[in-house]
Design a binder for this molecule. Structure first.
Ligand SMILES: [Zn+2]
Length: 155
């Protein structure tokens, strides 16, 4: 098979079930992030002083020098849109009823970026460099998930 596929529906798929159970945990730093998000609506971070990098979401170890990191409080909730994209086709190749727009945002105080939905743009197109802020679900509806964040809206 050396031909290039241009239509995702041409990919051969076998449907079935695999009887596998697993448990995924967010890890020590991820748990801090999700608890802080759920309980206080804030975005936790961790810091590597040697590399001068503040990570959000926090990591337990620096991705560059492997040093153990320390908590760095919180970052955001405002930030800068670094990139964005609009999806018009679902993962199964089906057309979506409405485009889904996602953005990569560098939160104030962080050196890393967070990917999430963009919301509140209406008919306006996002632009790299836009100032945005986090939109959270109401406290009673948060569950400790990345979807406790509804997205980023323009300021
Ligand atoms: Zn480091």
């Amino acid at each position: 098979m050396l031909e290039k596929l241009v239509d995702p529906k041409d990919v051969i798929r076998w449907k079935g079930e695999i009887p596998v159970g697993f448990r995924y945990t967010p890890g020590v730093a991820g748990e801090v992030f999700f608890r802080e998000l759920r309980d206080r609506g804030r975005l936790a971070a961790s810091r590597c002083d040697a590399c001068e990098i503040t990570y959000c979401p926090p990591r337990l170890f620096c991705e560059r020098c492997f040093a153990e990191l320390k908590a760095a409080g919180t970052v955001g909730p405002r930030g800068t849109l670094e990139s964005w994209s609009a999806g018009r086709v679902g993962v199964e190749g089906e057309p979506l009823p409405e485009p889904v727009t996602v953005g990569i945002v560098r939160l104030e105080g962080a050196d890393t970026v967070l990917l999430h939905f963009l919301t509140g743009y209406g008919k306006r197109s996002p632009a790299i460099g836009d100032r945005v802020e986090v939109v959270l679900k109401p406290r009673a509806r948060r569950s400790g998930s990345i979807l406790d964040i509804e997205g980023f809206r323009p300021l």
